[in-house]
Write a protein of this length. Structure first.
Length: 81
């Protein structure tokens, strides 16, 4: 009976230590999403992924916007200069 109690205490201790060591890590699903490439919208500053972005081009360079509204604002600013 003592052996079972010591094994149970050892297992609980192992789980506590393992939990503390993994506390600073993100779950793997969040890692892949957070590690993806993002771009900052030059108008409002929001970060967007290439899949979700509205893409504009300026002198052959791609610019990524969070919405068509921000793209239009950017174009207006360029035209007013």
């Amino acid at each position: 009976m003592r052996i079972l109690i010591w094994l149970l205490i050892g297992y609980i201790g192992y789980r506590i230590v393992r939990g503390c060591l993994n506390a600073g890590e993100k779950p793997s699903a969040l890692k892949t999403e957070a590690e993806g490439e993002t771009f900052q919208d030059p108008v409002c500053g929001v970060y967007v992924s290439p899949e979700d972005a509205t893409v504009g081009k300026l002198e052959g360079e791609k610019l990524y916007f969070c919405s068509v509204h921000c793209l239009e604002k950017y174009q207006e600013r360029l035209n007013n200069k």
